[in-house]
Design a protein around this ligand. Structure first.
Ligand SMILES: [Zn+2]
Length: 560
């Protein structure tokens, strides 16, 4: 009898251990959980696609069975996967498919990069790209088509100079665009021709580039699929496991295909066009169609994305007062207040989350007015409407975000790219409310971090560096940071890029921190972001990316 009881006990013990033992465990780690209840841990156990347990070695050890895959982190930093709260994933992938000729110092280098690109392309496809600079490789003389013809006789090539104003075509591209000795010079442009033969040399300036541009085919579905694969490869490498994406509603089909093929290694919130809110029936119809391609936890409908103004760089961002460096303009709004408020109210009443691109102070103010009116009409609900970029706010408007539960969806690298000229555009005083993430947090409003890739690179290390230094990535200027009182701690910056981003898409109970029961999207980093000098942040690499409980990326470390 005793034996029998023991047997039962040991069988049930065995069953329990089977059930409880982890599929994957990260041990010997410095785990930064982004969970306030337990910020630090030594190990993580994962079962299926979820986190089973987080804690000290003694807590995780009993969960390690003979079939548990073990990652020994060797004391390295472990974080939740990054969640990029605002990007253009397919656009980013397409940008990766173009040839990048930046920094080429010899003709050979240019030919090599183009040849490498051709190898990846379907036969006869266009080779497009940008970045060459004739002052670097051709003694300041314009190059000609023969250099491209040698490496690309069967693919049309059209690559723009680093400034984007001069195009360089090969013979096939010129032929397809019907540009020859007899082609007249278009207004506002120039076609360089050989002084002896009169044949075009391949260099097309300004408006003449259009002659080629207009015959380059728009991307096919297949191109977009390849672009998505490229983007996913990069996302794995830089530790991005969730994306909030503005790639167009049709992209949701493409993500569904990637999911079926087992290739979708990010969770996607895809956005719909805010202009649909002009017509409530159309909006609901679009939602219904969209949701056919959704899969819980993997692909979901995100917010309705609209534009209220333009950009600071092009002086189209909308302000209360004119630009300092062009007093003839205060920017260009995309809607009247009445129209915008009406659309926000329509979307809000139907339960949608709204995210509005707002750069200038007046655009941000106008969006906040709209959100306030929706609340007045329909009452307080957990709407989580967002200001996308929330780039320049009047100081008196900042408290409205917390009051209305509005999230600022910000891109720290925009700050460190724009700080070189932002004060020239709008002056020092207005910049007090520019990229003012600390002020916004201090007002108790929420922020979600992202990149706007491909406007800025996808790598979150650049965002973390920007958030904690407020110094330009290339030059390191200004020393000590631009409006240094707005710098964040590393812990805060990581939080905004993980759990707070998840909050920005209503997913904070499912992901964004390393907590038991949450989805297992976890990364191991090469350096400890909390203890290295800030310059080292940019050199920090992702060693391992775990997505949905599985290792999807391991960095190859080359030993010398
Ligand atoms: Zn964007």
């Amino acid at each position: 009898m005793q034996k029998f009881v023991l047997l039962i006990i040991s069988i049930s013990g065995f069953l329990m251990s089977c059930q409880k033992s982890a599929d994957l465990a990260i041990i010997n780690a410095k785990v930064w959980t982004v969970d306030k209840l337990k910020p630090q841990a030594e190990a993580v156990a994962i079962k299926g696609n979820k986190i089973l347990a987080v804690g000290r070695k003694e807590k995780i050890d009993p969960l390690i069975g003979k079939n548990t895959e073990i990652i020994d982190a060797q004391g390295k930093l472990v974080l939740p996967g990054f969640n990029d709260a605002h990007l253009h994933f397919i656009g980013g992938g397409l940008a990766l498919m173009h040839v990048d000729l930046n920094g080429c110092k010899t003709s050979q280098e240019i030919q090599d990069r183009i040849a490498a690109r051709i190898k990846e392309l379907p036969n006869g496809s266009w080779v497009t790209g940008r970045g060459w600079d004739h002052t670097l490789f051709n003694n300041g003389k314009w190059p000609d088509k023969s250099l491209l013809d040698k490496v690309s006789p069967h693919n049309p090539v059209f690559v723009r100079r680093v400034d984007g104003h001069i195009g360089w075509a090969n013979s096939l591209a010129l032929k397809m665009a019907k540009i020859d000795a007899a082609t007249p010079i278009p207004d506002g442009g120039e076609i360089l021709k050989d002084p002896k033969t009169g044949e075009p040399t391949g260099i097309l300036k300004e408006s003449a580039m259009e002659l080629v541009n207009e015959i380059i085919p728009k991307e096919t579905d297949e191109h977009r699929f390849l672009a998505a694969e490229k983007a996913l490869e990069l996302a794995k490498r830089v530790g991005v496991t969730s994306v909030q994406d503005n790639s167009g509603v049709e992209t949701v089909r493409l993500y569904q295909r990637l999911l079926k093929e087992g290739k979708l290694t990010v969770r996607v919130s895809e956005w719909m066009d805010f202009n649909l809110a002009k017509n409530p029936e159309k909006l609901l119809e679009a939602k219904k169609e969209f949701e056919k391609f959704c899969t819980p936890g993997r692909i979901r409908l995100g917010l309705l994305k609209g534009f209220t103004d333009g950009t600071l760089g092009s002086r189209t961002a909308w302000f209360f007062k004119p630009y300092l460096d062009d007093p003839s303009t205060s920017g260009i709004p995309q809607y009247s207040q009445g129209e915008l408020t009406q659309m926000i109210c329509t979307a809000d009443s139907l339960g949608f989350q709204v995210g509005l691109h707002c750069i200038g102070a007046k655009a941000n103010w106008m969006a906040l007015n709209g959100f306030a009116e929706a609340r007045r009409r329909f009452g307080t609900r957990d709407s989580r409407h967002r200001l996308e970029h929330a780039q320049v706010l009047r100081l008196q408007d900042i408290p409205k975000l917390a009051e209305l539960g509005v999230i600022a969806s910000m891109q720290p690298t925009h700050c460190t790219s724009d700080l070189r000229w932002a004060e020239k555009r709008i002056g020092h005083k207005r910049c007090e409310g520019a990229y003012a993430w600390k002020r916004i947090l201090d007002s108790r409003a929420k922020i979600a971090f992202g990149t706007d890739w491909p406007v800025e690179p996808l790598n979150p290390m650049r965002g973390l560096y920007s958030a904690v230094t407020r110094q330009n990535i290339g030059s390191g200027e200004p020393t000590g940071g631009w409006f240094p009182d707005q710098k964040l701690t590393m812990a805060k910056a990581i939080r905004l890029y993980t759990l707070a981003s998840a909050y920005g898409e209503f997913q904070e109970t499912k992901k964004g921190s390393i907590s038991p029961g949450k989805l297992a999207d976890i990364i191991v980093l090469s350096k400890d972001l909390f203890s290295i000098p800030v310059e080292e942040i940019l050199k920090t690499k992702v060693d391992v990316t775990i997505f949905d409980g599985k290792v999807v990326y391991r960095r190859k470390v080359h030993k010398i």
